[in-house]
Design a protein. Structure first.
Length: 117
């Protein structure tokens, strides 16, 4: 009878051990699932941060491009102004030359008239 009781106790202990192993396996699976979810969440967070960083970089590039275009437009306006001033100076030189030639022609006419008289 003691032997039968020992066998029953041994069987009960084996069943409890099986149940404990099953509970351990279940807890391990749950922990692994939680770790996987945390990993995915971390990857999602990293991807969101990368996307935000990329958007910020794009905005910075756009701003730099805007300022570069603005500076280029200023320089082009400066070049156009300098060209216009140079053209006006050249025109003034032509006018002065024409006036000088007209004065010389008048002088020649006066001289020729005086010589003819």
């Amino acid at each position: 009878e003691a032997r039968a009781e020992a066998e029953v106790e041994a069987e009960t202990a084996r069943e409890e051990a099986r149940a404990a192993r099953a509970a351990l396996a279940e807890a391990t699976a749950a922990a692994e699932m939680a770790a996987a979810v945390a990993l995915v969440d971390g990857l999602d967070t990293a991807a969101a941060k990368d996307a935000a960083d990329t958007r910020q970089l794009g905005a910075e590039v756009e701003a730099a491009s805007y300022w570069a275009q603005k500076e280029a437009a200023k320089k082009e306006a400066g070049v156009a102004t300098a060209r216009a001033e140079a053209d006006m100076a050249a025109a003034a030189v032509k006018v002065a030359t024409a006036e000088a030639e007209a004065t010389a022609a008048k002088q020649e006419a006066v001289t020729a008239t005086a010589a003819a008289e």
